[in-house]
Design a protein around this ligand. Structure first.
Ligand code: SF4
Ligand code: SF4
Length: 282
């Protein structure tokens, strides 16, 4: 179990605790203002990109001091975790409202509207403070061709759309807006998502790995390597001698995206806690 499970989930998966999606938490004015600022000022992400470049050039001893401070701050305000699709389905099982919006991160990094973000709420959409909050601010950052703003989705529609994104190789993540309030599910990739870039390529983690680790069944694997093309984390290697793919549990984030691309059903997700070498790696 990750640090948030111990701190916010009483030893269970923190993102499956319904109280973390509550209107009670959302009624906090500081949190509401944080969410508004988050969407109203995408320029801070563009600025963040430049800062990241400057950060990379800092001496390693300076980074060693600054990184824990940055990560500690992120954990308090906006931190994520990788999720396999079955855990997203569990979340969709108890929330009442799912609203799809354009991804603010892609707006900043590639400048186009990509509808990868799903705001979730515990009360029906028409009564949800979160939906109202997003409604107030949505139009202000839409610049793409589809400026219809909010798209209210049924649970089935939401899952179908996530399955399609998964087929494209996007990795599902869950996010806090002033922890432990959970405000959304996003779909990340290493080229366009700042959070994933920070975590994977800059070693400034802003998201936990999933509670799972993937494993290949060599009896079923035919060595086609389709899975390797979608792994965002460089966790897979191909053995020429065996004509099989193997997964490095030390690198695996447990997203399950490789599993979707395997037509031989050769990949399974195991609970991270049952894989001793990966159990303490987040
Ligand atoms: S996609 Fe499946 S069968 Fe193909 S290499 Fe990967 S695990 Fe093996
Ligand atoms: S090997 Fe691990 S990190 Fe890579 S796609 Fe599969 S589950 Fe995700």
């Amino acid at each position: 179990m990750c640090e948030f499970c111990h701190k916010h989930g009483e030893g269970k998966k923190w993102y499956l605790q319904a109280e973390h999606y509550s209107e009670d938490l959302l009624s906090d004015l500081k949190r509401r203002n944080f969410i508004k600022d988050f969407f109203l000022h995408p320029e801070y992400l563009t600025e963040g990109e430049k800062q990241l470049e400057r950060y990379k050039r800092l001496p390693s001893f300076v980074r060693a001091v600054l990184t824990p401070l940055l990560v500690g701050r992120q954990k308090k305000v906006h931190y994520g975790q990788v999720l396999p699709i079955e855990d997203v389905e569990q979340i969709f099982g108890f929330v009442s409202s799912i609203v799809r919006i354009p991804c603010i991160c892609r707006q900043a990094t590639v400048g186009t509207e990509q509808r990868y973000c799903y705001c979730i709420s515990m009360v029906p959409e028409e009564e949800s403070q979160f939906a109202q909050l997003i409604q107030e601010i949505d139009a202000s950052y839409l610049t793409g061709p589809d400026t219809s703003g909010l798209e209210v989705l049924s649970k089935d529609e939401a899952i179908t759309s996530l399955q399609e994104l998964e087929k494209k190789g996007l990795c599902h993540t869950v996010w806090t807006f002033i922890t432990p309030f959970v405000g959304g599910i996003c779909n990340c990739d290493r080229s366009d998502c700042m959070a994933m870039r920070m975590t994977v390529t800059q070693d400034i983690p802003v998201m936990f790995r999933a509670e799972y680790v993937a494993e290949v069944n060599p009896e079923l694997c035919n060595g086609c390597r389709a899975c390797m093309r979608v792994c965002q984390f460089g966790a897979m290697a191909y053995s020429i001698a065996n004509d099989k793919v193997v997964i490095d549990p030390l690198r695996c984030y447990g997203c399950g995206i490789c599993r979707s691309s395997c037509t031989k059903n050769a990949i399974v997700l195991k609970e991270r806690s049952t894989v001793p070498v990966a159990a303490g790696i987040w």
